[in-house]
Design a binder for this molecule. Sequence first.
Ligand code: GDP
Length: 179
Amino acid sequence: MADEEILFKIILVGESGVGKSSILVRFTDNTFTPHFAPTLGVDFNVKTIRNKETGQTVKLQLWDTAGQERFKSITQTFYRGSHGVIVVYDVTDPKSFERCKNWVEDINQNTQDGMIIILVGNKSDLASQRKVTFEQGQQMAEQLKTKFLEVSAKENSGITQVFDILVQDIEATMRNSEV
Ligand code: GDP
């Protein structure tokens, strides 16, 4: 592939409090703030990474719903132009897990076929408070036809893998649709 700059728009969705902002901040700034105050209004961060499979440099434009999910005001405009969606739940919060079905439905209704979706169970560090097992996460991902990872924004576990997988899958899908 030529060395021109490639830009992918990635968005994070999921219930309020599951750790979307924390995942983003961990990925872009490698920090974690225990009491992150959500700011209202959609905002994005940018980070450039290299596709480990192809060596291609990719600029990621990462969009967080920044609290808007509480008002159910996520619209088609938010999804427009996106290449990949990260659907996040909290492994200590079964309701946030169940709601992932609705988020994937929402994505499928508002985007074109072939959208890369990855299901992510966050807060894997909270072992004693865990209510959703790894196996349940895997089953949900199978049902929703997405990939699946458990992560901890707090402990920086699995975070870079989420974005590596997304970039590899998006690029692979694009290559396949070119032939
Ligand atoms: P958002 O509303 O989905 O953007 O969630 P936030 O990123 O604001 O996180 C909600 C709360 O969960 C905050 O108090 C975070 O510090 C906490 N949190 C986020 N990720 C983790 C994690 O991996 N482990 C633990 N223990 N807490 C987390």
